[in-house]
Write a protein that binds this ligand. Structure first.
Ligand SMILES: Nc1ncnc2c1ncn2[C@@H]1O[C@H](COP(=O)(O)OP(=O)(O)O)[C@@H](O)[C@H]1O
Ligand SMILES: [Mg+2]
Length: 232
């Protein structure tokens, strides 16, 4: 999937994004008329109280959810025009997700969780094993390769989730409140991982209230009730 030439400097371009969830007769507006531009290699933190629309925005940027209206273009791909098959291909080529609840597969070891996305795209066994080892080393978890998620602390599970998100070496990493459930010291390990990803030129969009992460970011998108409040 080659990005279109004229849009290659932008990682994300969103215009007039709206998202409405419907539960029976009830409509909940999660995003209202949101414009956003993120350059390649930029690190953006997304700040806002619970319910402000942070997770909804990450899901739309990553092609996991569609906006009700508006346009979203990621690395030159207009996601609003894609069907689910194409979105799956897009995600595996461009996006690494680190979910708030980690979403590790409980019956797989740390190493197998990291290997999973590579097996899905058909990597050979040896290459998968080497890559999983390299990724676990990167997040400082080589000594936990054969542990299952339930045998790992929250911070360790979070680091496995980062290693898995990085498996395909995607240019865009989306991270949802990575330190929200961690103590200060454990959170610092995550801050260091984000720092190293920034240094490696990844485009990062991180929902967070953590001052350390916001300081690391190039700028902060502030959301309130699904609307942009300001934008440096
Ligand atoms: N699947 C869903 N169905 C209905 N409402 C939802 C759903 N997901 C989120 N919402 C609502 O959309 C709003 C924004 O939610 P969310 O994006 O999760 O905010 P945040 O991540 O900032 O806490 C909230 O009012 C939330 O209750
Ligand atoms: Mg959220």
């Amino acid at each position: 999937m080659a990005a279109k030439m004229e849009e290659t400097e932008k990682a994300v371009q969103a215009s007039s994004l709206c998202k409405e969830y419907r539960i029976g007769d009830l409509a909940i507006t999660a995003l209202r008329d949101l414009d956003l531009e993120v350059a390649k290699g930029e690190f953006v933190s997304v700040y806002g109280s619970s319910g402000a629309g942070k997770t909804t925005l990450l899901n739309i940027i990553g092609g996991l959810d569609a906006p009700t209206s508006g346009e979203i273009t990621v690395f030159g791909h207009n996601l609003t025009t894609y069907d689910e098959d194409f979105l799956a291909t897009f995600r595996s080529a461009y996006v690494g997700f680190v979910f708030q609840s980690y979403n590790l597969i409980s019956t797989l070891t740390a190493s197998e969780n990291v290997a999973f996305p590579l097996e899905l795209v058909g990597w050979a066994g040896d290459r998968v094993r080497r890559r999983a080892e390299e990724l676990l080393k990167l997040v400082g978890l080589s000594h936990r390769a054969n542990h299952f998620p339930a045998q790992l602390s929250g911070g360790e599970q979070q680091r496995v989730a980062f290693a898995r998100a990085l498996a395909n070496d995607p240019p865009l990493i989306l991270v949802d409140e990575p330190t929200g459930n961690l103590d200060l010291e454990t959170g610092m390990e995550i801050v260091r991982i984000l720092e190293s990803l920034k240094a490696r030129g990844k485009t990062l969009i991180v929902a967070t209230h953590d001052e350390r992460i916001m300081q690391l970011a190039d700028w902060t998108l502030r959301l309130k009730d699904g609307r942009k409040v300001n934008h440096k």
